[in-house]
Structure formats: C-alpha cells, structure tokens
Design a protein. Structure first.
Lengths: 347, 347
C-alpha cells in the first residue's frame, strides 16, 4: 500500500483532468468527488477512477467542457440533458436544481439523461443534507451485471440508491448503496487482493454458488440484496433513473458509453413540515436513542453514514491508502500527459 | 375457512362502521381499504380489522366523523393534522394532496401527524398510479416491535414503505412492504394457525434464534430485512414518517393510540420528465423484459404487485377466505351493534 494525503490526491486529480482539457472548476469537482469516495472508504469509486475516466475521455465518451442544459422545467421540477459532460457535473447540477426548487417550494425533483458515470452517489445527497434538506437520489446503470430475484443471468446495473438528512450532532445521516448485495467494484477489489467472497454476493455463469470473485467477470452476476424486497428497490431505481428520465435501461442494447447513468433526485425542505430546526433536533434525538441500544454480543450499533464519517476522519489524518498497482497506473497516466506525479506524492 | 364474496364484506364493513357513527363516505372508504387488503392476499391487514378498529372506536381513539385539516401549505406541499380521524381518511387525503400538487407542478409532497392506523399502504400509492403518477409513501409506526441491525430489543415499528407506478399492460407496479423481514400480522397469523416461522424473522426476548411465532408476543422482536441495507430504509421511513411530520417515533414514550402512523407521500407526474405516455410504454417494456428472464430452477419471475393482482382476481371470482375465528369475531361484533351478519354472508 502507498499512503498519500487527500489534498495532494485532489491536486493531482485536478491536474490530470485539466491537462486533458477540462475547465478548472470541472476538473476540481471530479477530482473532489473521487478523493471524497476514497476518504470515506469507498475505494471502489475512488481515485482509481482518475485512470478510468481518462480512458473514457480519450475514447471520446466524456465531453470535458460540456455544460448540462435544462430542457424541461417547472417551478418544482427540471429535466436535464447531460450532453455527456462529466457525470459528476450533471449529477451535481441535478441535485442543485432539486435543492433550489425545494428551497423555493418545499419539494423539488430533477432528472438527467445523456449522463456519464456519476461516481459515489452519496456525494450529492450529502451535499443537499449540508444545506439542511432531505434528499434522495436514484441512479440506474445502463450496464447489465445484476440478476433479478428469482431469475438467471444479468438484467440490470447495480442501480444505487442514496438518501441523506441533517441530524444535528448525530449526523449527517447518509444511505448510499448499490441495490445489489455489494457494488461491482467490491468484487473487483476482492479479486485484485486474491480474496474469497461470501456466496450470497454472486453466481457463476451457470447460476451456481461461488466464492471466487473471478466468476463475476467470467459471465457471472451479482444478486440483488435482501431477496424480493431488495429486488423491488432495484426496479424502483430503474423506473426513476431510466424510465422517468429517458436514459438507457439495463435491458436496452449495449452501446457507448458502457455505463451511462440515469439520475433522478428529490429534495425536501423540512421547513414546509415540522421546521428545519425541529427536524434536526428530532432526528438527533432518534439517532441518540438508536446509539444507546444494546449491541448484539461482539457487535456495534452504527448510524448509516457513521462508518464513512469515521474512515474520513482517520484518512484525513493518516492519508489515503492505495494499492501499489492503482498508484502505478495513476503515475503512468500522469507521466503520459506531462504531469510529474512526484510533485503530488511527497507528504 | 369461511369463504365470502368481497362485495358482501364491503357492505358489512360499511354497515359496521356506519352503525358506530361514521359518515357513509368514511365508512365506505375504511371498509374498501380492508376488503382490498383481503382481496390482494394481505389478510393481516384485511377485514379482521373490522373488529380491531371497532375496539379503537369504543376506546375513543378514532374520531369517526373527523376531517383531517391542512395546517401548512405551499403550491407543492402540505402538512396535515389528521385529528385522529380514521387513518384511512387521513392517508388518502395526504396522497390526494401530493397527487393534486404533482399534477399542477410535476412533484408534490404531503405529510400527516395525529393519524390513526392507515392499513395497507399500497392502497394509496396504487390509487396515485391509476391516476398516471409515480408515488411513494413512508409510514412510521409509533409502536416498538422491530430491532435495529446489530442491536438487541424492540426499537421501531414495522415502518412500511410503498411505491407504485403506471406500467401499461405490465402493471401496475406496486411495492408495499414492512421494512422488517415480515409484517407483524404475518407472525400473528402463523401463531393462530399453529405454524413454525423461519428463524430469520424474529428473535426471542433474550435475542436467541426461534421458529416459534409465540415468542414475538412474549417480549421478542422482528428483525429488519436485508441486514444493514434494510436497516437504512427502516430509519429513512422513521425520518420521513415521524421526524418530518412531528408524529410519534418508535423511541418516544408509549401512549394512546397504541400504534399511531406518521405518513409522508411524494407524487411525481412523468409529464414533467419523459412524458406520461412514454413513461407507461417504457415501464411496460422494462417489465416485459424482466418477465422473459429465465427463472431459477423451480422458480418464477414476478413483477412487484403481480402476486397481489393474481390473488385479487382469484378472490374476486372465488371469494375471500376467512379463518373461522375471524368470522366469529366479526359476527359477534355485528350482532352487538345491531347488524344481522346473515344479511351479508349469503352467497
């Protein structure tokens, strides 16, 4: 493992995307979302994407200078054509629109199509929660890798779901997960680290139980979490992310880009209900009650978002650990585009 | 089992609630929601509630003539004081408000406090889907019976979640479930029928594995579904249903009524996004794709809402089966309040 300070990684990422033509603000946003994913422990969506996004830029799949545009709008809603800008730029625009409309009229909804990979979805909902709003985001992935409940084969993407809310000293509350048992990246990482995986994560290409992470890439599939109840959410995300926005469904023919995201956000201002201050205090009280619950023997009671927050605090202090192979790929990329990675790796 | 036609049960329920002072329209609505629950196979939320609600009316917990009132409103949102009317009256009002606002401004949100038991939540979201909207409803139950993930003891109610969407010939799409592994009523019914239950449903009062449904009433608890991912939804429902509306949280001191519901609904008009017709066609196509998936050996691929729809068709033809004990309690109640149940039980 290589360990690097987050601010250096942020500066390196910004330099990498700037060198490939991205305007400064967009390069900074994309780098920040990826470093935040690494800081919060979501390494599968972290700085290793410096390389993957650069590859997509070179293949012409990301228009680094593009601005998403609103194509349909009401006082409370907006539909956005992402114009194949960075997915991060589109997703943040969608959440900003939902938030602005919620602040004006208590509830706002926005969606986007022609949207590249948006990265870690919790980035956008947590952004809205810091503004005092409750936010939900549904992101379909137009790339088949997850089976449906009771069926064989790949049908949908990992279709993540996120929700966040302010919660005073007990928060922020943050849900951010794939509706598959795990995100695809977690299987990839297990493979890179030669680890076995639990048998309820995937099936091999014949539908058999397996603990070999390699079987996923070899025609296997992920399972939805929680049986038929998780399957319901997998479909709800497909309806909101793809059907509602006009984005590519997992069931549509595969095309370019390989993993487009359909994005849909809802933001709610508690001021229209119990009030902002009351919401924060009441949420804090609920989570304080949860934290005083007796844990199962040997266990621990966690608030959603708490593990991410703890990891973030630790990695801000101690640095972000990267597998040597990830760092090798990043430095190779940097050198190719004329950036000296050593300027960013000194502690 | 006694088997009775749905229309007779609906008329009997209407007579039962009318005889206890409910205005005709409210008695009809409450009876209809309970008969619909029985028709769709959700017997735990079905006509056995004729008796339970009557008991609550006699205890002064339901104000049978009350009208919920809007206490805070914007063009896109409304907060409702349910004034301890029938929960059904309040929940339908909340969904109507969200739907009207969505039809005017694409998205609408509404919530309610001082709300009695609303019954089967899917009734309200399915109502909105028949109007062409996508709807979600979050209902917290202020009555501790479900543990949190990783913790011992009862913390929250079963906190159901529902979502529905129009889907052309492949729908309606309907999610309607407790965020516990199962609804409390399913354990009660297993107990009444002397059946064992799976060991991932409940724990006994000491936190031990059990397959005895009686252990739940004896200080045990239900588990949230799907591990930490279902736990996240259990908390999201608590935030929307209780924290946002000002309703009683599972963590607040127990009081009367025993199981108040905090209700929060969001409705979205696809017309503001891909368009109503396109949404229906695209959803239909997704679900047709899902239905052509090869099922697991011996299994079957189902669209959420399909089992309910099938059961409803069958029970409309063949009648609603009721355990003899349930029918005995209903007839006893009817006779007490001067209704001749034989008028309603002939086929």
């Amino acid at each position: 493992m290589i360990v690097l300070p987050a601010d250096r990684l942020r500066a390196l990422g910004t330099a990498i995307f700037s060198a490939q033509g991205a305007p400064r603000d967009k390069a900074e946003l994309v780098a920040d979302t990826l470093v935040e994913a690494s800081l919060t422990g979501h390494d599968s969506h972290g700085v290793r994407y410096f390389v993957r996004y650069s590859d997509r830029i070179r293949r012409g799949l990301v228009d680094v200078g593009a601005e998403p545009v609103v194509v349909k709008e009401t006082a409370s809603s907006a539909l956005v054509d992402g114009r194949w800008a960075f997915g991060q730029v589109t997703a943040l625009r969608v959440m900003e629109l939902a938030a602005e409309k919620a602040e004006a009229h208590v509830v706002g909804a926005a969606g986007a199509y022609n949207c590249n990979h948006v990265g870690r979805v919790g980035y956008y909902t947590a952004w809205a929660a810091r503004r005092g709003l409750v936010a939900m985001m549904f992101v379909n992935v137009g790339n088949q890798v997850v089976a449906i409940h009771g069926g064989l084969g790949r049908v949908f993407g990992t279709n993540p779901l996120s929700a966040a809310a302010p919660a005073g000293d007990a928060g922020p509350f943050l849900i951010d997960y794939a509706t598959s048992v795990v995100a695809q990246g977690k299987v990839t990482i297990a493979g890179a680290e030669n680890e076995r995986i639990p048998t309820h994560w995937t099936r091999d290409k014949l539908g058999r139980l397996t603990d070999d992470p390699g079987d996923l890439a070899d025609g296997g599939w992920l399972l939805p979490f929680g049986g038929h109840k998780g399957y319901c959410l997998q479909l709800l995300v497909e309806l909101m992310g793809a059907v509602m926005t006009g984005s590519r469904s997992g069931l549509d023919p595969v095309g370019e880009p390989p993993s487009p995201n359909g994005v849909f956000a809802v933001a709610i201002d508690p001021e229209g209900f119990v009030g902002r201050e009351a919401f924060k205090k009441r949420a804090e009280k609920v989570f304080q009650g949860v934290k005083t619950t007796t844990p199962e023997p040997g266990g621990r009671v966690l608030i959603p978002g708490e593990p991410e927050w703890e990891t973030r605090e630790r990695r801000l202090r101690e640095g972000v650990p990267l597998p040597e192979e990830t760092w090798r790929q990043i430095t190779e990329l940097a050198e190719e585009i004329g950036i000296d990675p050593r300027l960013y790796s000194a502690r």
